[in-house]
Design a protein around this ligand. Structure first.
Ligand SMILES: *[C@@H]1O[C@H](CO)[C@@H](O)[C@H](O)[C@H]1NC(C)=O
Ligand SMILES: *[C@@H]1O[C@H](CO)[C@@H](O)[C@H](O)[C@H]1NC(C)=O
Ligand SMILES: *[C@@H]1O[C@H](CO)[C@@H](O)[C@H](O)[C@H]1NC(C)=O
Ligand SMILES: *[C@@H]1O[C@H](CO)[C@@H](O)[C@H](O)[C@H]1NC(C)=O
Length: 571
């Protein structure tokens, strides 16, 4: 197993825990050692090649990556580069008062740069490039008057680069590859309103920023109808190309070929009892027979291990050069996310020709199939449960992940169901990873047409609010039992949102409900329609956040006030 970059979390942590108990019994380490030990404990993963630091030592001076001043035994260098170290950078590093060099580059550190580094006043070099660090650059770093070298390139840092103090001395090449930094150093002016800069160079007409446009209902319908017609053409064209690609060309490149030439497996949670070899051996046996679906980004296979556990394997063939490293960084983030209403990404296989993503398998299939292809109907309660689950999964991505994640591709085929028909959101983050910025419409349109917010179709810029819109469309789809682009609307020149708006102007919105849906409750229906209507509002600022959506669903839709509570009008 040591030959493969397989990450095993549990045994390693257990060992540390044991040692920790041991050390607490046997005596104290130096304060610098204690600070480093706490830095070490915050790390959740490594490439497995990092020998254990031994907390029973009197000082940390012989620990790998650590250099001390010979006389004082104080730590002066900490250098742990290229080890796939993953986790936050502990603020306790701020206690290393004599630290001169901090080199943690090319790892997977995430979270913010601790402002406590400003306490290490002797720092001369900070090298944090090539991690997943997010948030702002702490102004305290401006206090580091001895600092001569700084590199925080290729992270996810945002906001103004502090211009007080020494940070003004560093130029562009210390900060490159952070998409949302601004400041004099990189010749990018900061917009003080948003906290970060926005360069919307390519958005066509100035609809997105200050100048809010309000649509009247009629205008909205006709706009979406025109866009709808245009997109339909694009859709057909795209579909044609896709079919040509799929069947017109050879079908011979199999998974066995993908994994034959030096593939490696990266597992994220370390809680599966398989070696890389086990998994690769299984992958080699997959054929067309094991295909269970094909989404926008690739074919999905059912992967059954010898112990009976089943996984879903998504095979992504599209690979650009220079794409790999970015891909791995993003996947690492996606793999760290675990939530009851999200499909768990277990790991991936890195092969020269493709990426094979390993997900948990869900026996209920997709919501798209459940709603539109299976004969047994989802009743009202089942539909509400699915809506709430999807909302919670999405709210988690938007509000509880760091960095936050915009799904970009919410649709019924990306909502999977488990054996109890509970919803799990899948494919989060993939649209960003695989979508081509330039041609977002064509790459996304195949399955997503009808779910896209109007401003997203115009500018191609995804926000949380474009997800909220797609979620609103999803709710309408569940309510009506019809795809967002059902022929019955299209022939009237509408999509599902246009249809809802039409029914609202006619004062009969309840008619959108699927006549085959059993057990509809009027109170919760009205509340749900009201939420959905807000979600699909044409102006993003009128849409609620997913947090708010979950709140309303829980308080007003799932448990509508029984009308006999208020002994009045319950016509
Ligand atoms: C980053 O670290 C990995 C090992 O974790 C190594 O294989 C790779 O070459 C390093 N990349 C750079 C640019 O140093
Ligand atoms: C950093 O310095 C400040 C003020 O000097 C102090 O309050 C804080 O505890 C220090 N932090 C650490 C981690 O040493
Ligand atoms: C350190 O930085 C903080 C924030 O920028 C500032 O308030 C403080 O005065 C600085 N301290 C020193 C000793 O320079
Ligand atoms: C910082 O690191 C990046 C690679 O991640 C490199 O391209 C850049 O030149 C470095 N900057 C400095 C100032 O060394």
């Amino acid at each position: 197993m040591a030959n493969y970059p397989m990450i095993c979390l549990r045994p390693w942590r257990l060992y540390i825990l044991l040692l920790y108990i041991l050390i607490n019994k046997s005596g104290a380490i130096s304060p610098d050692g204690e600070a480093l030990w706490s830095f070490r404990n915050a790390i959740v993963n490594s490439d497995g090649n990092l020998p254990l630091w031994r907390p029973e030592d009197a000082d940390p001076c012989n620990w790998r990556g650590v250099t001390c001043d010979l006389k004082t035994k104080r730590v002066i260098h900490l250098s742990l580069k290229n080890h796939k170290l993953s986790g936050p950078i502990s603020p306790d590093l701020g206690k290393l008062a004599h630290l001169k060099i901090l080199a943690l580059y090319n790892n997977s550190f995430y979270g913010t740069i601790p402002s406590e580094l400003g306490n290490c006043t002797e720092l001369q070099g900070i090298f944090l490039q090539g991690n997943y660090l997010s948030g702002p650059i702490p102004s305290e770093m401006g206090n580091l008057t001895a600092l001569q070298n700084l590199n925080v390139s290729n992270n996810f840092l945002v906001g103004p680069i502090p211009s007080d103090g020494v940070l003004i001395n560093f130029a562009d090449n210390s900060f490159t590859g952070n998409r949302d930094l601004c400041g004099k150093q990189i010749e990018r002016t900061c917009k003080d309103d948003s906290g970060g800069p926005r360069t919307d160079g390519q958005s066509p007409s100035g609809q997105n920023q200050g100048g809010k446009k309000k649509y009247s209902g009629g205008l909205l319908i006709s706009t979406s109808a025109t866009i709808g017609a245009l997109l339909l053409v694009a859709l057909m064209c795209f579909w044609g190309c896709f079919l040509y690609k799929k069947f017109g060309k050879n079908g011979s490149n199999s998974i066995a070929m993908d994994v034959s030439g030096g593939a490696s497996i990266i597992m994220f949670h370390g809680d599966l009892p398989y070696s890389s070899k086990d998994i690769i051996k299984k992958l080699e046996t997959l054929t067309e027979e094991h295909v269970i679906g094909s989404g926008g980004f690739g074919t999905v296979y059912k992967l059954e291990m010898d112990d009976g556990s089943i996984f879903a394997l998504k095979r992504i063939v599209k690979m650009d050069e220079g794409f790999n490293r970015f891909f791995e960084r993003e996947l690492e983030i996606l793999g760290s996310i675990k939530h009851r209403y999200l499909v768990n990404l277990r790991g991936y296989c890195n092969s020269p020709t493709s990426k094979l993503l390993i997900y948990d398998f869900l026996s209920g299939g997709s919501l798209d199939e459940a709603l539109h292809e299976r004969s047994e109907q989802l009743d009202w309660d089942a539909r509400l449960t699915v809506i709430l689950g999807a909302a919670k999964g999405l709210a988690y991505l938007h509000h509880d992940c760091s960095p936050r994640i915009i799904h970009r591709d919410i649709k019924s085929s990306n909502i999977l169901l488990d054996g109890n028909l509970e919803a799990r959101v899948t494919d989060f983050g993939l649209a960003k990873l695989l979508g081509d910025e330039e041609s977002h419409i064509t790459t996304i349109v195949a399955g997503t047409f009808g779910y896209l917010a109007p401003e997203y179709m115009q500018s191609g810029r995804a926000t949380e609010k474009t997800d909220v819109y797609s979620f609103g469309v999803l709710v309408l789809e569940l309510l009506s039992g019809k795809r967002p682009t059902d022929a019955s609307y299209i022939e009237k020149g509408l999509n599902i949102v246009g249809w809802l708006n039409f029914l609202i102007t006619e004062n009969r919105p309840r008619e959108i409900v699927d006549p085959n849906c059993e057990g509809v409750q009027v109170e919760s229906l009205d509340a749900l329609l009201s939420v959905a209507t807000q979600c699909v509002s044409s102006s993003p600022e009128d849409r609620p956040t997913m947090h708010r959506v979950v709140q309303v669903l829980e308080s007003e839709v799932m448990t509508p006030c029984p009308s006999d509570f208020y002994d009045s009008n319950s016509d």
